[in-house]
Write a protein that binds this ligand. Sequence first.
Ligand code: THU
Length: 136
Amino acid sequence: MKDEEIVAKALEMVGKAYAPYSHFQVGAAVLAESGRVYGGANVENASYGAAVCAERNAIFAAVNAGERKLSAIAVCGGKDGKVTDFCPPCGICRQVMREFCDPRTFRVIIAKSAREFKTLTLESLLPESFGPEALA
Ligand code: THU
């Protein structure tokens, strides 16, 4: 699976966002070690704090399908669904990614378009992180 294909899935997912309050629509796509890709979009709520980000919805879709090891995630979004700038994942989503990957190799792909994207490791976005091995 090429990074371009994961980005394409994330861009497609932007259109699935339910964001009537912020109007900021985000799409994400997770690549699992199985080779399968899972999409997610942000889902907001009239009780604002109940909103869930695109990244977490994509990760939870993967986990609910039985995946436990994730390799990469692509993220993109923008006001009214127009992707004009990079949309880096929020802190809560970075921590949720941490649960299901090796942060040294897990790739976070932030995309502006199908061709324009940056790839970062989770470790660079969430240094000195707390993970499941601490509780083993
Ligand atoms: N949002 C995401 O889905 N992912 C991010 O990385 C940043 C923020 C959503 C949450 C909320 O629905 C809207 O964007 C505005 O914060």
